[in-house]
Ligand binder design. Sequence first.
Ligand SMILES: Cc1cc2nc3c(=O)[nH]c(=O)nc-3n(C[C@H](O)[C@H](O)[C@H](O)COP(=O)(O)O)c2cc1C
Length: 181
Amino acid sequence: METLTGIKTRRSIRKFTEQKIEKEIIEQMIEAASYAPSWKNTQTTRYIVLSNEEKKKQIADECVMDFAWNQKTIYGAPVLVVVTTVNQRSGYERDGSFSTSKGTHWQSFDAGIATQTFCLAAHESGLGTVVMGIYDEEKVKEVLELPDSLSVSALVAVGYPDQQPEVPERKSVEDLITFVE
Ligand SMILES: Cc1cc2nc3c(=O)[nH]c(=O)nc-3n(C[C@H](O)[C@H](O)[C@H](O)COP(=O)(O)O)c2cc1C
């Protein structure tokens, strides 16, 4: 798929068919995401790929702050990817101090770029995704027994789309841009 077409036709998908996803396809998406830029090429994003029904149900039931939309999306998704990031590397100097006044911000920034790259690669393979930010980080860490060295940056439901949502309205370029000449 041509890059711009992929960017413009990707939609958040919240309803999936029951078709399973081959592990190799998920690996291809993560390989694509590994090409995303990151702070000093630190590459701190890690992906936990859940297809286990019990674990997914536990995340839906206990970890999304009872937000019904996310619960329904996760119940119906064949795969839930928990995007995590290794702490204290992105945006840090070797001595452990912050490189900029934005502190820990760069870790999430890197995860965001990697996650969008992952979603675009999924779209290229005919898969749908939705990035979910409404979750309780501590509960997700508890359920997955994640170490303190990792943060949870996003949940992403993945599956073959069973809906074709309209494009949510976009702001005009005029509203977004400021040229300084
Ligand atoms: C950081 C972030 C958090 C989001 N959180 C949720 C969420 O918790 N649940 C959900 O259904 N969609 C969530 N979304 C998806 C947005 O609602 C969606 O991207 C937006 O409405 C634009 O639609 P589109 O992705 O189809 O272009 C999130 C997106 C981002 C980038």
